[in-house]
Design a protein around this ligand. Structure first.
Ligand code: APR
Length: 311
């Protein structure tokens, strides 16, 4: 069987850690790409990861490069290129710099791997996934943004810690934009099948939602020199696995809504079915009037961001 090929653009914290998770899961061969100015860095990280393989027992060819030739005919391309947040910076502050970067990266990726699925991680995510779609020229279902899986993982981890139960048993769905703009849905959160509101007081749930909303900033403030990368990369690789192994996982992702949820032509956080073709379906769930209001505010923020993007 032909091995899948995963290229990761940006060999920084999120990119290199994505390579680590992807190799450890034996999802396929991995190519790490960064800019020519830091030639040697992607190659060095790739070599280091290759040398860990005999210890951790994974078979994956891991290479580094500063040109897109090495990415040719990838099945999935994870885009992490860009600047990361520093304390005091919002994701939106990154907008203009990262638009240029993600635009040029997406064009080069599309030329080298015209049939790939793009998993976008660069922030501000809801705008960058739109930029990647426009710049690559790919059909919208082959471009998807990583936000909901990460926000949901943060939320699930906080719930599990609070209830002192396994994270495996906490199921949740969040919608809307990344972080500050997310739309919590405690009604759709369950612990071993039991709805969360039966296990936790409303004020506790509210506190966890608040912490999840600023989960990225909490880590930026602790690290001081960069932003989160273990959970973001794990989330991007879970999506990559769903695509490569055609798992048809139901995950919250930034996906193109063409009428779903009343959204015409934007990428927003919604539950989707993720498989080989990328986003195979946007799943529509019923929202209460309050949830819909929050969702619409989130969509409006995405629209404002896109309006500020010059492509
Ligand atoms: N092409 C390829 N790589 C690029 C480009 C480009 N045009 N521009 C920048 N990069 C690389 C940088 O050289 C750096 O190695 O992207 C990498 C980014 O790595 P970090 O600075 O460590 O940032 P990281 O924490 O990985 O975050 C990357 O993901 O979560 C988001 O907000 C985060 O937008 C940020 C992105």
């Amino acid at each position: 069987m032909k091995r899948a090929k995963i290229s990761i653009i940006g060999a920084g914290n999120v990119g290199a850690t994505s390579a680590h998770w992807a190799a450890a899961k034996e999802l396929g061969d991995v190519v790490l790409v960064d800019i020519p100015q830091i030639d040697g860095v992607p190659q060095g990280k790739a070599l280091d990861l290759s040398e860990a393989a005999p210890i951790e027992d994974y078979d994956a060819r891991i290479t580094g490069a500063t040109s897109y030739d090495a990415t040719k005919d990838s099945d999935v391309v994870i885009i992490t290129a860009g600047l990361a947040r520093k304390p005091g910076m919002s994701r939106d502050d990154l907008l203009l710099r990262n638009t240029e970067i993600v635009k040029s990266v997406s064009q080069q990726v599309a030329a080298a791997s015209p049939n790939s699925v793009l998993v976008v991680v660069s922030n501000p995510l809801d705008a960058m996934v739109y930029v990647a779609h426009k710049a690559s020229g790919f059909p919208a279902h082959r471009v998807v943004g990583m936000a909901g899986v990460l926000d949901t993982a943060r939320y699930r981890s906080f719930i599990a810690a609070e209830l002192d139960v396994s994270v495996e048993d906490v199921q949740a769905l969040l919608m809307g934009g990344h972080g500050d703009d997310m739309v919590p849905l405690p009604r759709y959160t369950s612990v071993g099948g039991i709805p969360l509101p039966e296990l936790m007081a409303a004020d506790k749930i509210e506190a966890i939602v608040k912490r999840t909303r600023s989960g990225g900033a909490e880590i930026v403030n602790l690290l001081k020199t960069g932003s989160a990368y273990y959970a973001p990369s794990a989330a991007a690789v879970q999506m990559t696995e769903a695509i490569i192994r055609d798992k048809k996982r139901v995950l919250p992702c930034a996906a193109y809504c063409d009428g779903e949820y009343g959204v015409g032509g934007y990428f927003v956080g919604v539950p989707v079915k993720l498989g080989t073709r990328g986003v195979e379906k946007v799943i529509e769930v019923k929202l209460t009037a309050d949830e819909r209001k929050l969702f619409e505010a989130s969509v409006q923020h995405v629209k404002d961001l896109i309006a500020a993007v010059k492509l």
